[in-house]
Design a protein around this ligand. Structure first.
Ligand SMILES: Cc1c(C(=O)c2nccn2C)oc2cccc(OCCCNCc3cccnc3)c12
Length: 397
């Protein structure tokens, strides 16, 4: 396991980008400028990933990008755009954020590449590889040689593959927008009853996380994630950013936040935490709804079962903890709670009535050879694998 390409230095890397077609020019997006942030938001709003039957499109917001693209150590040069020279119109974007990965026992300074988006009218012009090459050049210039990215598409050699799972919170709305279906022989009220949740959480000591919790949460996170093979390592400042959101969003109401985190404090000690991020979908051509409110399970940890012996204790604790996350999101009027089969999720997904999605997320390491990492599913049947679970600790937005 380790880097693939021969060792290079930034001096070996060209100072200039590869040429684009004449009408286009490379730009660095300044996400501190409101109008440029808006241009990225609307490019993705119109042209980013949709589900296969184009029923939903991600509705990323500037608020989301303030969080996702400006963590501690972020760089303007890693926000790469392509504009039409004559009009200045933004027609493509790709981003990177710094990330210290641990791949099994190796620390790998890298970047996480995300939000590759090309205007619909410029598809299949081989622009994607050119964008990837340019951000690679910019990252290499900073002496970083590895990257992590995910894709629904199957590209050469994923290091891991996880499956989408969904836990309906507002089943009726999911049914009406065409995401959930009514199984034969089951009534709508039976489906609504199946997904009913208590109106209040049950874990004693559960409360919203505050930045002052960071030291204890980081210690718990590091202990809990030690078991995984692909992990994002955080400084305290990075943990505060990722779990409490950017400074500018601290005092927003939970329903307006992009990231929501809770801790369990008992006798002054933090024994668990969970977090989820909020990223809605635009519902395309539906008469009653134009938006689907979605929560995605983010990082969590518990000190239950840290001795790694008793999975039953761990599974029970996580079911109860994430069960409370469902209650919290339901009360925030979220319609569906999404999770992958990564982390220890396969220990509780079935118990908490998550349904298997029909899509998969592949994890890729750029310029790093690693033996395959379990994704929480059986490689043949693609069914959840609660026994061997997953080696993927990192969560990509
Ligand atoms: C996206 C997504 C969806 C949906 O598409 C969805 N849920 C409700 C309705 N829909 C259409 O469901 C998930 C379940 C787990 C993790 C997920 O995503 C994990 C993070 C994805 N990263 C961005 C991305 C998007 C698409 C392809 N590659 C990466 C998802």
């Amino acid at each position: 396991e380790g880097p693939i390409d021969s060792l290079k230095t930034p001096a070996d890397i060209p100072d200039e980008p590869s040429p684009l077609l004449n009408d286009f020019e490379w730009v660095t997006i300044d996400l501190n400028k409101e109008d440029e942030m808006k241009q990225v938001e609307s490019l993705l709003y119109e042209h980013y990933v949709e589900d296969q039957d184009a029923t939903f499109r991600f509705a990323y917001s500037s608020r989301f990008f303030e969080w996702a693209l400006k963590p501690p150590g972020w760089r303007h040069e890693y926000h790469v755009g392509v504009r039409v020279r004559s009009t200045g119109k933004l027609v493509a974007f790709i981003s990177g954020i710094p990330s210290l990965l641990r791949v099994r026992n190796n620390k790998v300074p890298s970047v996480e590449i995300n939000f590759l988006c090309i205007h619909k009218k410029l598809r299949s012009k081989r622009l994607a590889p050119v964008l990837i090459k340019e951000i690679t050049r910019r990252v290499n210039k900073n002496d970083i040689w590895q990257a992590l990215y995910t894709s629904g598409a199957v590209l050469p050699t994923p290091v891991s593959t996880c499956r989408y799972t969904h836990r309906p919170l507002n089943w009726e709305k999911l049914y009406e927008v065409g995401f959930s279906s009514l199984p034969a022989g089951v009534t709508k009220s039976q489906m609504i009853a199946k997904y009913a949740l208590p109106s209040s959480t049950k874990t004693p000591g559960l409360r919203k996380m505050v930045p002052e919790d960071a030291a204890q949460v980081l210690e718990l996170y590091n202990k809990f994630q030690a078991k995984y093979d692909l992990v994002q390592e955080f400084t305290k400042d990075e943990l505060v950013h990722w779990l409490c959101g950017p400074d500018t969003q601290r005092d927003l109401e939970d329903k307006d936040k992009v990231i929501v985190s809770y801790v369990v404090e008992q006798d002054g000690k933090i024994t668990d935490f969970f977090s989820f991020y909020l990223l809605p979908f635009t519902v395309l051509n539906n008469s009653k709804y134009d938006r689907l409110n979605v929560a995605y399970l983010f990082y969590y940890a518990t000190d239950a079962g840290l001795d790694g012996k008793d999975d039953a204790v761990l599974a029970k604790r996580l079911s109860s903890l994430i069960g409370d996350a469902l209650v919290v999101t339901k009360n925030l009027k979220i319609d569906v709670f999404n999770a992958l089969t990564s982390q220890d999720n396969t220990l509780f997904l079935k118990d908490l009535k998550f349904g298997n999605g029909d899509a998969f997320l592949n994890f890729y390491l750029f310029n790093y050879k690693a033996f395959p990492i379990k994704g929480g599913i059986d490689p043949e049947t693609k069914e959840l694998d609660p026994v061997s679970r997953s080696g993927v600790g990192v969560v990509m937005l």
